[in-house]
Design a protein. Structure first.
Length: 551
């Protein structure tokens, strides 16, 4: 079972909303009373959220570093065995191969632990960090001491900074850290080769004679500069990470996952910082905000939905403007699926369920029409079957972006005469013809088209181009649903066909009459909350067969 607002995923271009006046596809909608006083700022997330995010990042980076070092040590071990066999080389003592093998095995074990899916506490991650970088550091220290002591006995001094630089930069690049902690760890790494010089000076007389101030200064500058660069790099990466985290904050909402995007903007699954309540945030980025028609439609959507309080209309929580100019509004999070997705996934619905859902949509439209608003974009993707308060198949009407006042007070700049608005597969004939006098009966036609789709799995008219579908709505007679699915009851078919009448005056006068007609059908009342709960539970268990292509 899918959770969340159905993202706009119109695979069929005919399913997309056509709006010649605004040229923007429609999205899942919500609104609240607009806030014109002041701006809402971007805010940082709570420390707990950042910590949680950093813990996941730390584990991923430690895993990657462990795998990288394990592969590197394994390659060098194989190269050593291939070159010298199990014998030690001329520079290192007899315990070198065993120590190398122990370090390699330890790195592999830590990598395997970090690759497991079980949760690991923070102290285990920090212990893993010390093992991943501490063991190689001890290995380099021991190996360089043995090699330098042997070479010094022959009158030469050999100290390599390369392994230490590689270890320091690996740590700086991979491990998320604070600047202070990175300075401590990288400082220890930088001090180890310098300590090695001191140890050689104290314990190997031949090396003491060879070590000069030039060696100390050159090695110190090399590892010191590397450590400083690493610390600054950690700080830079950390700053970018925090900025990226903060960029996901809009007002008091933390954006968690993008659900969809299009011409109007983007839709995100989000969470309120204090209430910890999931919600959906719809955004218009500043680059889109330059188009006054886009902003006007966005604000119209917010204002229209804010007037409505029916439980079958999606609820709006908030609306505002962020500091960077991003317009946003926040709507309720709806577990469930759109009617379009339900039919696409499971096929046509039984008549009793169609009646149950359509009557709820009628209830939502009754309030909108009483408030003088015509939706103008009724389609399966804009009607959501949600789970609310433990009740399933609760209809939520979405997307009032194309709403138009019945009284005609809409600005001419927003509703251009002759503009075609709506979704071609479900628009009324008067919409298809660009009639400026579109009233509530247009929504009745679109709702009838949705009912046709729910019963048959197909829209009333289909075509390879939108213009063909638009002309079909205006001039062609619809095929009765029973010809496609003989099990469709005659009384329900009659209701659907009347709703799909070409002339508005031949349709039901209002959604109340349509709802009453649906309620008088023989199948009405057979679908209930209990039936809906059983269906969704079966869907969650995977017991329902998917729709067959072409049905």
């Amino acid at each position: 079972m899918k959770l969340g607002i159905d993202p706009p995923r119109n695979t069929d271009p005919l399913e997309a909303t056509v709006d010649a006046a605004e040229s923007t596809p429609s999205k899942a909608a919500n609104s609240a009373a607009p806030r014109h006083s002041g701006c809402v700022t971007f805010v940082t997330g709570s420390s707990a959220e950042i910590t949680c995010e950093l813990e996941g990042l730390l584990r991923r980076r430690l895993r990657l570093a462990a795998i990288l070092l394990f592969v590197g040590f394994s390659v060098f071990l194989l190269w050593h065995v291939a070159r010298f066999g199990l014998e030690v080389d001329e520079l290192l003592g007899p315990g070198f191969v065993l120590f190398h093998l122990i370090v390699t095995a330890a790195l592999g074990g830590v990598a395997a632990l970090l690759c497991r899916k079980c949760a690991l506490p923070v102290y285990v991650l920090r212990l893993s960090e010390w093992l991943i970088f501490g063991l190689p550091a001890l290995f380099f220290l021991a190996a360089q001491y043995e090699a330098a002591a042997e070479v010094a006995s022959r009158g030469h001094l050999m100290l390599e900074a390369g392994p230490w630089l590689a270890l320091m930069f690996t740590y700086a690049l991979f491990i998320p850290n604070t600047m202070r902690r990175a300075a401590v760890v990288l400082g220890i790494m930088a001090a180890m080769p310098m300590g090695l010089l001191l140890l050689l000076d104290l314990t190997v007389p031949q090396a003491a004679d060879l070590i000069s101030l030039d060696h100390v200064v050159r090695l110190g500058l090399l590892v010191g500069c590397a450590a400083i660069a690493g610390v600054l790099g950690v700080d830079t990466i950390g700053t970018l990470r925090r900025e990226a985290f903060e960029a996901k904050q809009v007002g008091q909402y933390h954006l968690r996952q993008r659900l969809g995007s299009g011409g109007m903007g983007e839709v995100y699954l989000a969470e309120h910082q204090l209430l910890k309540r999931p919600c959906v945030v719809k955004l218009i980025r500043p680059d889109k905000a330059g188009d006054p028609r886009v902003l006007a439609r966005f604000q119209r959507e917010v204002q229209a939905t804010a007037q409505l309080s029916h439980w079958n209309t999606v609820e709006i929580f908030d609306y505002g403007i962020a500091d960077d100019g991003t317009f946003y509004y926040v709507m309720e999070y709806l577990p469930g699926m759109s009617l379009g997705e339900l039919v696409a996934r499971y096929g046509p619905m039984p008549p009793e369920r169609v009646i149950y859902l359509l009557r709820q949509a009628c209830d939502a439209l009754r309030e909108a029409h009483a408030a003088g608003l015509v939706h103008r974009d009724i389609k399966p993707a804009n009607i959501f079957a949600a789970q609310r308060g433990g009740v399933y198949d609760v209809v939520k009407l979405l997307d009032f972006g194309l709403v138009k006042p019945l009284a005609g007070e809409a600005s001419p700049e927003l509703s251009l005469e002759g503009a075609i608005t709506g979704s071609p597969l479900y628009m009324s004939p008067e919409q298809a013809l660009g009639d400026a006098e579109v009233d509530a009966r247009s929504d009745i036609y679109s709702l009838g088209a949705v009912g046709y789709y729910l019963l048959t799995g197909r829209p009333p008219f289909e075509g390879d181009r939108p213009i063909k579908v638009i002309l079909a709505h205006a001039h062609e007679e619809v095929t009765p649903p029973s010809r496609l699915r003989p099990e469709v009851p005659a009384d329900l078919e009659q209701v659907i066909l009347r709703a799909l009448a070409k002339r508005p005056e031949d349709r039901y006068p209002d959604v109340v009459a349509l709802s009453e007609a649906l309620g008088q059908c023989e199948a009405a009342g057979r679908w209930s909350r209990e039936e809906a709960a059983r269906w969704w539970e079966a869907a969650a268990r995977g017991e329902l067969l998917p729709a067959v292509a072409g049905v």
